[in-house]
Design a binder for this molecule. Structure first.
Ligand code: GDP
Ligand code: MN
Length: 395
């Protein structure tokens, strides 16, 4: 579960990580009120579950209460990165001397917790990692090991901090580590960690993601007003629809609609499509038995997606039967039709019967089935994948 910046900052503050004084508001008038109370220039930040707000116009500055009101109005009336803005964090504006990155995440390959700093902050860490990896320093810690002050100090030293600053930054790293463990976090990130012109280190941004499976261990979060939520804010309308229908589904950014049978086949199909130079528009699993109703819903998700140019279907009958599958798909095609070309392969449990049903229907109703290519086990999955890529390119 991702936290909003203002929620993560509440936790930061509880763990002694310096943040600037701020307030969350829901109206422009409240933004004006806080700016007036503060009596200093402010930064107004859209509270959405996404980073990169700065570039997208979600971070604005105001030097007077009136201006704060105007900027808040602007933020509340637009979408930032596709998200409506319901809340704004109004913070005292810091005067920046330098920006750094400090983050903690899990290294799933080596089963470690990784604490990393970057001498360049405020930009995407992945970008820096590619461009200038020498600007990043990592310390890996076993999951049952502590993160000691000397480790924090070594990271602080890498950032160029000296004397008291070195200890202060070291402490921030240690506190962030405690927070990471205490909350069962998957990620905590300060980007940027700011060195102000008067020599203080302050977390100007806060990003946190908590392991959903550990949420039951953290009633204290709910007490702080951090409620368990489905990440609706992050889901596309189609993903929400699929969830309502009980179909595991994710939108991806390609143009090949994936209509697989089973999650494993779905993942493999996505790999094949990539291998042959295509891009899947989605990931999908049938999420249980392929009843005709469910098959219809899966196909509707693909057919109504304007990004989908061609459909890749690969059914493997394990426990379920390919003839049932074929009947369900045929029923859908006869009732709704399909506006996209589809290449469909059936293997496994009674695949011959599935293919036979399709071929028979194809002969009887050539107009309905003209955009559909049916294959059985004789056609390798590689060829089906290549064909789907071809169909998408042609469309
Ligand atoms: P993100 O783009 O979603 O990561 O939002 P951030 O909270 O990181 O803000 C984006 C950028 O705005 C930061 O990298 C800073 O350069 C700038 N910024 C944020 N807060 C302040 C502030 O208090 N003072 C100043 N001068 N710049 C700020
Ligand atoms: Mn940031």
């Amino acid at each position: 579960m991702r936290l909003y910046e203002y929620e993560a900052k509440k936790l930061f503050s509880k763990f002694g990580i310096p943040i600037s004084s701020g307030e969350v508001v829901e109206t422009a008038e409240q933004a004006r009120g806080f700016a007036e109370k503060l009596g200093k220039p402010v930064v107004l930040k859209a509270q959405i579950l996404s980073g990169g707000r700065g570039k997208a116009g979600g971070v604005k500055f105001a030097s007077s209460p009136q201006e704060a009101k105007k900027k808040a109005d602007e933020l509340l009336s637009t979408k930032i990165k596709g998200f409506p803005v319901n809340r704004i964090l109004v913070d005292e504006k810091l005067n920046i001397e330098r920006e750094f990155y400090l983050g903690i995440t899990l290294d799933r390959v080596n089963y470690k917790i990784v604490v990393l700093v970057c001498s360049e902050g405020g930009v995407e860490i992945e970008e820096v990692a590619k461009r200038s990896p020498d600007k990043i320093k990592r310390i890996s810690v076993d999951v049952d090991q502590s993160f000691y002050p000397f480790m924090g100090n070594s990271l602080a030293g890498f950032m160029g901090a000296k004397g008291d600053s070195l200890k202060n930054v070291g402490k921030i790293a240690v506190s962030l580590f405690k927070l990471f463990k205490a909350c069962d976090a998957k990620l905590v990130e300060i980007n940027p960690l700011i060195l102000t012109q008067d020599g203080k280190y302050v977390a100007a941004d806060a990003r946190m993601s908590i392991d959903d499976d550990a949420l039951f261990r953290h009633p204290e979060l709910a007490e702080m007003g951090i409620e368990k939520r489905h990440e609706e804010g992050e889901m596309t309308d189609r993903e929400k629809q699929a969830r309502e229908w009980g179909i595991p589904y994710l939108d991806l950014d390609g143009d090949i609609g994936m209509f697989p049978g089973g999650a494993g086949f779905g993942i493999m199909g996505n790999d094949f499509i990539h291998y042959y130079g295509g891009k899947p528009a989605n990931f999908m699993d049938s999420g249980g038995g392929p009843t005709p109703e469910r098959l219809a819903k899966m196909l509707i998700l693909l057919d109504e997606n304007p990004n989908v140019k061609a459909i890749f279907g690969a059914r493997f009958g394990g426990i379920s039967r390919c003839d049932d599958f074929a009947k369900g798909v045929v029923m859908f095609l006869k009732e709704h039709g399909l506006s996209k070309p589809m290449v469909l392969r059936m293997t496994g449990n009674v695949w011959q019967e599935g293919v036979r049903i399709f071929r028979e229907e194809q002969e009887a109703h050539p107009e309905i089935f003209k955009n559909i290519e049916i294959h059985g086990i004789e056609t390798p999955i590689e060829d089906i994948s290549k064909r789907a890529v071809e169909l998408a390119k042609k469309a």
